[in-house]
Design a protein around this ligand. Structure first.
Ligand code: C5P
Length: 225
């Protein structure tokens, strides 16, 4: 069973507040992208790795991660994933893995690949939700929002990457893209493909905010000690 991995890394990372796009922010000596690609290679599941970056950073990325094929991304995450699909070649299983989750342990890759190999067309890693979740009345701009309801967290999962698909399932999912989905499994659900969840890992957290970046830098500093 051949496995291709697409790493979307073409986001601007506005919420991080850094002067360079998120995947090019440094964690110690290496960029988030370099740490992520090294992690994917360490997992030992990938036959091919495709990295998708902003068009003006393709040459920089090629120098940074020579092990990967580097292509230019698009305006939305799903545009970037499709650019990666065109470059990934023939693979039985395609994993889509956010560059912004550079510490994802090898075992998570293994669980996702195994579940797709066992016959599930779309598989995502997920974790139970720890916080109490409340739905608020939308549209409030005052900064004080009114609660509409408390949501039952028991059946909810916070979804991570890598998300794994048979090649056909990923193609079918992306054939009907509205540009609004925040993950690939969401697109699969829309076209009726069953999506299954395997256990994720706290280390697969996504670097999104300055707080996440601080934690990521601490992890790298601690592992260098
Ligand atoms: O914006 P968000 O944090 O959800 O992005 C998740 C991943 O998708 C990041 O690794 C980001 O670089 C990537 N992305 C992309 N192309 C875009 C937007 C996001 O490759 N247009």
């Amino acid at each position: 069973m051949s496995v291709g991995v697409i790493i979307p890394a073409a986001g601007s990372g506005t919420r991080l507040g850094e002067p360079v796009p998120k995947a090019f922010v440094k964690l110690g000596d290496r960029t988030i992208l370099e740490v992520c690609v090294a992690g994917v290679l360490d997992a030992g599941v990938a036959d091919t790795v495709v990295v998708v970056v902003p068009a003006d950073l393709v040459d920089d990325a090629r120098r940074m991660v020579p092990e990967a094929t580097v292509v230019a991304g698009g305006a939305h995450r799903s545009d970037s994933v499709r650019a990666g699909m065109d470059a990934v070649g023939v693979a039985d299983v395609v994993l889509v893995h956010d560059a912004a989750r550079p510490f994802t342990p090898p075992a998570v890759f293994g669980r996702v690949v195994d579940a797709v190999g066992a016959g599930h067309p779309a598989v995502v890693p997920g974790l139970p939700v720890a916080d109490t979740l409340k739905e608020v009345v939308p549209g409030d701009t005052s900064g004080i929002e009114q609660v509409r309801a408390t949501v039952d967290r028991e059946p909810l999962r916070a979804i991570q990457t890598p998300q794994g698909f048979t090649r056909d399932a990923l193609r079918a999912a992306h054939a009907d893209d509205t540009g609004l989905a925040t993950d690939d499994a969401g697109l699969a659900e829309r076209v009726g493909i069953p999506v299954h969840v395997v256990s994720g890992d706290p280390l697969a957290f996504k670097i999104t905010t300055p707080w996440d970046l601080r934690i990521a830098r601490d992890i790298v500093a601690e592992s260098a000690r």
